[in-house]
Design a protein around this ligand. Sequence first.
Ligand SMILES: *Cc1c(COP(=O)(O)O)cnc(C)c1O
Length: 409
Amino acid sequence: MTTCPTSASSACTRSGCGSSPSPNLVSAWCRADVSFDILLSPPDVGELEQEYVLASMRSGWVAPAGPDLNAFEVEMAERLGVAHAVGLSSGTAALHLALISWGVGPGDVVPVSTFTFAATVNAIRYVGAEPFYIDADPESGNMSPDLLARGLDQLRAEGSRVSAVIPVDLFGKCVDYDAIASLTTGAGARLLADSAESLGATYRGRAAGSFGAASVLSFNGNKIMTTSGGGMLLTDDERLASHVRKLSTQAREPVPHYEHTEVGYNYRLSNILAALGRAQLVRLDDMLKRRRNWRDRYHALFADQPGVRVLGGQDDTGDNCWLTPIVVDPDQSAWTTQDLGGAMTAARIETRPVWKPMHLQPVSKGWRGIIDGSSERVFDNGLTLPAGSVLTEEQFGRVEDVIRGVIGT
Ligand SMILES: *Cc1c(COP(=O)(O)O)cnc(C)c1O
């Protein structure tokens, strides 16, 4: 439980939260409803986005598909160096449709990062396949190639069918694609890269979103760029792209009447939201630069703190700096993430624990995997700090002041 500075007036009204928490005692989960002055990663939309969305509406293309959607796909594919992009209603939808199109289903095993947001694993469960958790490299938090190798050996030995592997570019740092792609190919599986958090990041000079048999992006409201809600599938495979596009529009056959030969979904990104995405894409490099600046300031603040590190390691040149998570070793540090989180909340600044590993989540524990405790240790001692591209210098100064107060510099 976290003590909040606000009283019963900010009682959480979210369902399942407990209707009337006692004053000054709102659980950490509820804090999203406490009003903060400074948010973790709010949307960064302004005049350019308004212009694009208005122009899209005025063009008359309010019906789902249209020229902004087509252009958004072309522009994103070009930026990332991928042949095909399919705009979808969410990153989750992109994960789901890739698995469906590949025929992944009951009887298939899908090794997946345990250290991720629930959406990654949910998609595997939507299709009835078995998630198989792979724990993290402790330095980066990303899927450990060594543990993946062990998992694939085990699955091969027992004769399981491994159809896809889903690593996650955690908090905007690319996984070790060389190692993970070659292990995946060696196992005869397809690599589905969950790059929902890593748009703008690179690995050995190559863009996140361009890896694997397909990659997935998210444009949810808190991601590095947003369409308010949306996602994208990226692939060089023409067949996959056109099948996913078809599945996302109720799998309608190309004939005049409504003809369907397979089960479809209503997962297409709308034209108006794509217009918002196009404006965000114009501003993406500027937004990345701003997040990078905050990251560098955090590095400077924590540089001399024993037992404190930024998750992802000192070499973060390829990261998009979506969020900045720190990990604090309680045996070495004079303060804890609870101390810092509490001080931030008291100053009306939002922070959040890192993702709770999926093998510990009530909804998804019980599946097998190769777990060595690395992600759990980061979860226990990790905290994500504000990193939004809309933060002003004045606001970041307040964040720095609170941190200095806690760490005593
Ligand atoms: C945000 C996110 C998703 C889901 O994206 P939505 O667009 O919200 O559906 C999937 N995976 C990861 C790792 C994410 O952070």
